[in-house]
Design a protein. Sequence first.
Length: 253
Amino acid sequence: MTRRCALVTGGSRGIGAAVATELAAAGHRVAVHCRAGSAAAQDVLDRLPGTGHILVTGDVGAPGAAREIIDAAVAGLGTVDVLVNNAGVYAEQPVATTSYEDWQADWRRLVDVNLLGPADLIWCLVDHLRHRLQGPQGACVVNVGSRGAYRGEPDAPAYGATKAALHALTQSLAQSLGPLGIAVTAVAPGFVRTDLTEPVLVGAVEEEVRSQSPLGRIAVPSDVAAAVAWLSSARAEWCSGAVLDVNGASHLR
């Protein structure tokens, strides 16, 4: 059986690294993406189970970068069947205490990386799939959104807004790409313990985050990666258009 090929953006750490590992363990050849070549990304690549994996680089928020990233993944893997749009940025920007200049800069950077980058990557992927010999049938896109798109992000409004837009993009493209045989889904994680969030999990803050879920713990990247891996499988095709909450019942809608 031909192995499926997956591109995971933001794959050098946290959720992205866990997704790359899950997909590799499921038999995929994986392109691990990072913004620039890094020891962390290479370490993820070296630890992936199986063979045939590659590293690709590029700033998903930069104009023109999406085509270069997709082209590099296709060149290294031969094709891309699964795109996981995980790369994203976060910024604290309380409106009452953020300068106008910082407010504008944060909004533009978050829109570029969290929304326009994934949109451009999807367009370039679809263009590749439509022209490959076997066609697009059976391909899929999984976007990594956020619980904050639903419950609000009072201190990070651009983050919440761009993730809400990513959810909407997911559902719009699920309808438009369905006739081509391409499924599009998203996950909406809550707070996840990663190397980036670990420093804030001290004392009362850790207890408050832990108490958000009735399961009594804080999510780890593998919790989200398991959901992404399942949505990437052929068995999940009928979930196209779904935004799956992965938040341990910390926010219900």
